[in-house]
Design a protein around this ligand. Structure first.
Ligand code: ZN
Length: 391
């Protein structure tokens, strides 16, 4: 299911190809985040035009609203959201621990009240797998506990032990239910379910020994891929890089690696250099809502007065719909006037920036020029960002 096509001689960067039940994902890959079953303000047709290869769906949000009965009626999330490409779903754990009102966490699972209407619910590793089977995603994630940052060693170690037991329960459930049909006799997801992959999640907070134990234990369980979790939780960037560096050597080379919930463009390039293949990040759409545009030199705030009369595109040479048709001045005007189109155009540009960055990284790895590409991109992004910050 995962093919390693080439490796960069100067770093751990890899060029790979992941084949799912709904199509192929060329890696390194960025996955736009469809939190509520939609990549905010972007239609499926636009995602295809942007050449998004795979999107992420948030299990917790979909479980709370519209609820599984609605999605089951459509035979899964693909048909519900009109997206026929690959989908990765998270387990819902992260949102339960960060968003919901957590009532109690036990070996069995987590009791919580959702953040919409406060109703009580329970999620266990088995239930998390069952929900994701109903969603019919191509890649399901195990249920894990994501410790906060900072975190004491004792807490991180205890949490990791439970997370590893949960990972095994997820894998066991998957094995037992690989070809199980729906309880009511319908088998709307039979095809995707059989092909649904499961990724384990490396935890261990900021402790090398725990990261190593976690990666080794999960590798022995033979998952379809491995995520590095517990990153982008407020830790300084060097800690984020260490989490990847400590985990990567213990993960099998022939399986994809996914860094969860990050990051900035240079962070993604630096993590690719550390052997990571997949990313999901809300920054392109979230920052669009604050009028920020990603460019090779860093982010621009398009509400700034300096753009009032600028007739050029958000970024010179960008091939996205926003840059092909519209000026900085016009998009600034839309954003200032709170016109929905401004937000949409900026979301399209930012998503294009992330997707195109991965495309350029893939090409550089293929061409054996990744180290040049990395150095040029990272220094260019930071240098100009610093200039903007100091201006
Ligand atoms: Zn653009």
């Amino acid at each position: 299911m995962f093919e390693l096509l080439s490796k960069d001689p100067s770093s751990k960067a890899r060029r790979g190809r992941l084949t799912t039940g709904h199509g192929v994902v060329e890696t390194p890959a960025y996955m736009p985040v469809g939190t509520q079953g939609s990549v905010k303000a972007i239609s499926s047709r636009e995602l295809i035009e942007l050449e998004a290869q795979i999107v992420l769906g948030n299990t917790y949000h979909l479980f709370v609203r519209p609820g599984l009965e609605v999605i089951r009626k459509f035979g899964g999330l693909h048909r519900f959201m009109n997206w026929d490409g690959p989908i990765l779903t998270d387990s819902g754990g992260y949102q339960i621990f960060s968003l919901a009102k957590l009532r109690k966490i036990t070996e069995e699972g987590a009791h919580f009240q959702n953040h919409i209407d406060g109703s009580a619910a329970f999620i266990s590793p088995e239930i998390a797998m069952e929900i994701q089977a109903t969603l019919g995603s191509d890649i399901a994630m195990v249920l894990d506990e994501c410790p906060p940052w900072p975190c004491e060693y004792d807490y991180a170690a205890r949490s990791l032990e439970m997370t590893l037991r949960w990972a095994k329960r997820c894998r066991d459930w998957k094995e037992e239910n690989a070809e199980r049909s729906e309880p009511d006799g319908q088998t709307p997801n039979a095809e995707s379910r059989m092909k649904q992959m499961v990724f384990g999640i490396v935890q261990g907070a900021t402790f090398e020994e725990l990261r190593r134990t976690s990666a080794q234990t999960l590798a022995a369980m033979d998952f379809d891929g491995y995520a590095i979790g517990g990153v982008s939780v407020g830790e300084p960037e060097p800690e984020m890089m260490l989490a990847a560096e400590w985990s990567e050597p213990h993960l099998p080379e022939n399986k994809p690696r996914y860094a969860m919930g990050l990051g900035t463009p240079p962070q993604m390039i630096e993590l690719i250099a550390r052997g990571v293949d997949m990313f999901d990040c809300v920054l392109p759409t979230r920052l669009a809502r604050t009028a920020a545009a990603f460019t090779a030199g860093g982010t621009l705030n398009l509400k700034n007065a300096e753009f009032t009369f600028q007739t050029g595109p958000v970024e010179e040479g960008c091939a996205c719909e926003a840059c092909r048709g519209y000026s900085r001045a016009y998009i600034r005007h839309l954003l200032k006037s709170e016109e929905i189109l401004g937000l949409r155009l900026l979301s399209i540009h930012n998503l294009h920036f992330y997707l195109d960055l991965m495309k350029r990284a893939r090409r550089a790895i293929e061409d054996g020029t990744f180290s040049d590409f990395r150095a040029r991109f990272v220094s260019g992004y930071r240098r100009r960002a610093d200039v903007a910050a100091n201006a």
